[in-house]
Design a protein around this ligand. Structure first.
Ligand code: FAD
Ligand code: SF4
Ligand code: SF4
Length: 468
């Protein structure tokens, strides 16, 4: 008999007052009993609508059935047959707008906690088993992958499983992309990311770090080195600013820089002398996941007062509901319908205040969201010693500028054929944030998979025509 409880089985969490001062993971994961209870909420629907909501088509009812049967090892095999980073996705996928949005249990009540169950299975496996990567006979063809984020890693592993000799070129000293330098430790522990990446790397993919393509080597040089195709998964790491007065003051960061200093350069750990301001009063500008991560990180770094400054209303915030909820629980203050117009500083050039105006919502704009309109004369100031800009990222133009024939759109995103993900330059494929602009981990992984299939077809068809 299925468990017809209307709500998801609750997941244990750290107390908000305690967790807002440490970088340990916020949610603690299901116990065996909790996972079984939640798995029993699944109705094992014949049409499997939940699977259609997952960009990599995880066989959801099948893996949940395995949990009910007590075969967690098999559940893991089912998940990893299509998703190579389950511990990551179980934690950070926006399930509410993907798999769980399509779950029939969600029509009247809460959907099945698919993400929580995926995380449970992945964590169980990591604790109890060794993952054995499969090695395929080499097929004699070489492919280069630029960027070791979710898109590049997935593409590399899938090509390697098809027999290709794959080399990943990564600009930073470590693989993982945003999983390592962007998403904070308290949402996605770096040890978990490292473990998942190590397993992928064990499949025989070669990794070259500190290799900025476009500077150290160009895409043309990769072809000259004998690579027959190149996949570009270089992400969208270029932060946007508002172009308001005062953005050059000391104490103004892009969210990328602030989070990189905390995550990758471990600014929160004792014994690390990472250069970073330990602010007391912070304004974070933006309403997405990146803004929530920056605000919650500032709080954990010791800030007494952290404000989110967002120009629309809460309903329009692009951040996940769970992140907004957690931020509120941790005491982050929300300044909604508020837009910054200037940042003020002292005689030493340090931030002292952010000046804002109040907004009201007008008619819907092109995005379908109601356009925020400034209320004249509503200026006010918030005293702060740090301002973090989290208003969006776009792809870095380096690769586009150094590769002949590679077209980008007006947002700087690489233009690709939707069917194959091949760019306007023959043999160069692209996917993830470099193509879509800032999106999600699982969409980037889906594109990495898609590109691997296309590259395989491309190389095979080239070989066929050269044999004729
Ligand atoms: P990235 O992860 O950006 O990886 C690109 C890699 O390419 C990087 O390692 C970079 O160093 C490397 N690179 C760049 N240029 C070069 C070059 N010239 N040569 C060599 N290497 C290069 N998504 C979710 O699904 N859930 C979340 O909760 C979530 N939270 C987020 C929080 C933050 C703070 C941020 C910034 C993003 C978040 N995202 C979230 C978005 C998600 O992380 C990205 O959509 C995803 O990582 C994109 O994957 P990617 O492989 O395309 O790019
Ligand atoms: Fe849901 Fe993400 Fe898992 Fe797919 S990968 S089933 S979208 S949590
Ligand atoms: Fe289970 Fe929901 Fe999928 Fe149905 S839609 S099989 S209840 S997870």
């Amino acid at each position: 008999m299925p468990n017809m409880a209307p709500k998801k089985t609750a997941i244990p969490e750290q107390d908000p007052n305690v967790r807002s001062r440490n970088f340990e993971e916020v949610t603690l994961g299901y116990t065996d009993e909790m996972a079984l209870e939640e798995a029993k909420r699944c109705l094992q629907c014949k049409l499997k609508p939940c699977m259609n909501g997952c960009p990599v088509n995880v066989r959801i009812p099948e893996f949940i059935r395995c949990i009910v049967d007590g075969d967690i090892e098999k559940a893991y095999q089912v998940i990893t047959s299509t998703n190579s980073l389950p511990a990551v996705c179980g934690r950070v996928c926006p399930q509410e707008s993907q798999c769980e949005q399509k779950c029939v249990r969600g029509i009247k009540n809460e959907p099945v906690g698919i993400g929580r169950l995926e995380r449970y299975v992945a964590d169980w496996y990591m604790k109890n088993r060794e993952r054995h990567p499969h090695h395929t006979e080499p097929n004699g063809h070489k492919v280069a992958v630029v960027g070791a984020g979710p898109a590049g890693l997935t593409c590399a592993v899938d090509l390697s499983a098809l027999g290709y000799s794959v080399t990943i070129f990564e600009a930073l000293h470590t693989a993982g992309g945003v999983l390592m330098y962007g998403i904070p430790q308290f949402r996605l522990p770096k040890e978990i990311v490292q473990k998942e990446i190590e397993t992928l790397e064990a499949s025989g993919v070669e990794k070259k770090t500190d290799m900025v393509i476009g500077k150290v080597l160009s895409v043309d040089e990769l072809f000259a080195m004998g690579f027959e195709a190149v996949f570009v998964g270089s992400g969208a790491g270029l932060p946007s600013f508002m172009n308001i007065p005062g953005e050059g003051l000391v104490g103004v960061y892009s969210a990328n820089e602030f989070l990189t200093r905390i995550n990758l350069m471990k600014a929160y750990r004792e014994g690390y002398d990472t250069p970073i301001i330990h602010p007391q009063r912070v304004a974070v500008v933006g309403g997405g996941n990146v803004a929530m991560d920056a605000a919650r990180s500032a709080k954990r770094l010791g800030a007494q007062e952290v404000h989110i400054v967002y120009r629309r209303a809460e309903e329009q915030m692009p951040a996940r509901r769970e992140e907004i909820h957690h931020a509120k629980e941790e005491g982050i203050r929300f300044q909604l319908l508020t837009n910054p117009v200037a940042i003020h500083g002292d005689k030493d050039g340090r931030v002292t205040e952010i000046e804002c105006v109040k907004m009201e919502l007008g008619e819907p704009d092109k995005s379908g969201r109601r356009r925020p309109i400034e209320i004249e004369g509503s200026n006010f100031r918030i005293p702060v010693d740090c301002v973090i800009m989290a208003i969006g990222n776009s792809p870095n133009p380096l690769i586009h500028k150094t590769t002949d024939g590679l077209e980008v759109n007006r947002h700087g995103c690489i233009v690709v054929d939707e069917g194959t993900l091949e760019s306007t330059r023959r043999g160069v494929f692209a996917g993830g944030d470099a193509v879509t602009g800032a999106a999600t981990v699982i969409l980037a992984m889906g594109e990495g998979k898609h590109a691997a299939r296309s590259i395989d077809e491309y190389i095979k068809s080239k070989q066929k025509s050269s044999n004729h």
